[in-house]
Design a protein around this ligand. Structure first.
Ligand code: FUL
Length: 469
């Protein structure tokens, strides 16, 4: 029988997931009638006349996003209130009925174009829960409506890198019950935008399980197939479907989704990497009273290190204000964050040192991990699940970060590693690496020698990149 570690090490990303994971850090933009009412969830009864951002400038959004080092943007084209930021031909509840650009505006278009111009990726959020459309709750008619809207978004605005499906539904036990035809939605997306990932209520990218920027100690991309259903709980519990049972009580927030012990006995396994989403302010939408509550630089950098540097991608929400602009406080913070990230990782000290390893597969020596690309990678011989990498510096050097990246095209394998100095002093002990692990050494140890011990892995470990900063 095949051993569990061999079975797990066969699970690899699809091409679209692999490309997506390299996006690392990208923006969420929450913007709708809520921006004008001050609410977080609109009820669908808002008058389109209230939607009037008089200075909207999508290029300002894109510039702010780029200044933080983000490589994509996902726009709430329709939030739970049902108001569409594009002139959908399937509803009157849209920008077309608002005073914005005298009813001739199309914010999806403006944002998609600004992204293209700024060379970042563009993605769409389309809320399945719709509190405005009369067909919501009727079954097929709403699914048709939803597919029509998806089709508009996926055919009218160029390449889309992500379709973000929110699991939220606040109808409650006595509210409307809509059976979403997920498989039909997925088929439409695959057909119209085959390179797009479907996030959260979708098969490609997994919600990390909280909205506070919390991350797991050990983040695995190889998880049980049933992890795909956790975000459909809100919808299914409304329909009396016993998904709790089907999911064997698995939740997106569970601490362990992918250790060997957890996966033992799981019939179906999938590659399903995590995404951490949080807002730069307390709310998802802009509220003037939160102008003084923009997350601090330290907090944002910390979330970045734990998400992008913890085998997850980071989706950071920045809500434009009533004028249709990103507030100067948020704008300034994004720029600071970008500068900090850039300076933290600008100078790889590995170049000054001499690296050696105690074993390697021919053609995959440690120097194969020196350049940050997937063209070459380090690998131990097939039967060795551990190895020891030693880096000697010509003089004592302060080290703040160690960056490790697995060659994930060959799965996620490392289970345990540690970092030591020349005095056999333990500097760090960790578990998973995955797409990227940023080890923070806030005490900035002065080292002459750094030893990285990969202590255990699934069959054999790989490294696509090793960096020391
Ligand atoms: C939640 C929604 O209810 C919030 O309004 C927001 O869009 C967040 C990203 O997802 O489920």
């Amino acid at each position: 029988m095949e051993t569990i570690d061999r079975r797990l090490a066969k699970i690899v990303p699809s091409q679209r997931q692999f490309v997506f994971q390299q996006t690392e850090f990208y923006a969420f933009i929450h913007f709708t009638v809520n921006t004008f009412t001050g609410k977080e969830w609109g009820d669908g009864k808002e008058k389109p006349e209230i939607f009037y951002p008089q200075a909207l400038n999508a290029e300002q959004w894109v510039n702010a996003v780029k200044s933080a080092g983000m490589k994509g943007l996902i726009l709430t084209c329709k939030h739970h209130d049902g108001f569409c930021l594009w002139p959908s031909q399937y509803t009157a509840h849209s920008v077309a009925a608002s005073p914005y650009r005298e009813g001739r505006g199309d914010i999806v278009q403006e944002v998609a174009e600004a992204c293209r111009k700024g060379r970042i990726k563009f993605g769409v959020y389309l809320s399945p829960w719709d509190r405005n459309h009369p067909s919501y709750g009727t079954g097929q008619a709403y699914n048709d409506y939803f597919v029509n809207q998806l089709t508009e978004l996926l055919t009218g605005y160029g390449e889309v890198f992500a379709v973000w499906f929110d699991g939220a539904c606040g109808e409650g036990a006595n509210g409307k019950r809509q059976a979403y035809d997920w498989n039909r939605y997925y088929q439409v997306i695959r057909k119209l935008q085959p390179n797009a990932c479907i996030n959260v209520c979708g098969p490609d990218i997994r919600w990390c399980g909280n909205e506070g920027g919390n991350t797991r100690e050990s983040e695995w991309s190889v998880v049980p197939r049933r992890a795909r259903d956790t975000e459909k709980i809100a919808e299914n519990s409304q329909q009396g479907d016993n998904i709790e049972f089907r999911c064997r009580k698995m939740r997106a927030s569970d601490r362990d989704l992918g250790s060997r012990a957890m996966l033992e006995g799981e019939k179906e396994l999938i590659w399903y990497p995590a995404e951490v989403n949080t807002s730069i302010r307390p709310g998802w939408f802009y509220h003037q009273e939160e102008d003084g509550q923009v997350k601090s630089l330290e907090e944002l950098f910390d979330i970045y290190l734990r998400s992008v540097g913890g085998n997850a991608s980071f989706l950071l929400n920045i809500p434009p204000d009533k004028n249709g602009l990103i507030h100067p406080n948020d704008e300034a913070r994004l720029k600071e964050l970008g500068t900090l990230i850039q300076s933290a990782f600008s100078h790889n000290l590995l170049g000054q040192g001499k690296a050696a390893v105690d074993c390697w597969k021919p053609g995959h020596g440690i120097q194969s991990a020196f350049s940050d690309s997937y063209e070459s990678w380090f690998q131990t011989p097939e039967h060795k699940a551990s190895c020891e990498i030693t880096i000697n510096f010509p003089q004592t050097t302060p080290v703040t970060f160690v960056v490790l990246k697995e060659y994930i095209l060959d799965s996620q394998r490392i289970e345990r590693f540690s970092i030591w100095n020349e005095g056999h002093e333990l500097l760090y002990r960790g578990t998973t690496v995955g797409y990227k692990k940023i080890v923070s050494l806030p005490q900035k140890p002065q080292v002459r020698t750094l030893r990285i011990c990969i202590e255990d892995s699934r069959v054999y470990p790989t490294l696509a990149f090793l960096g020391i900063y």
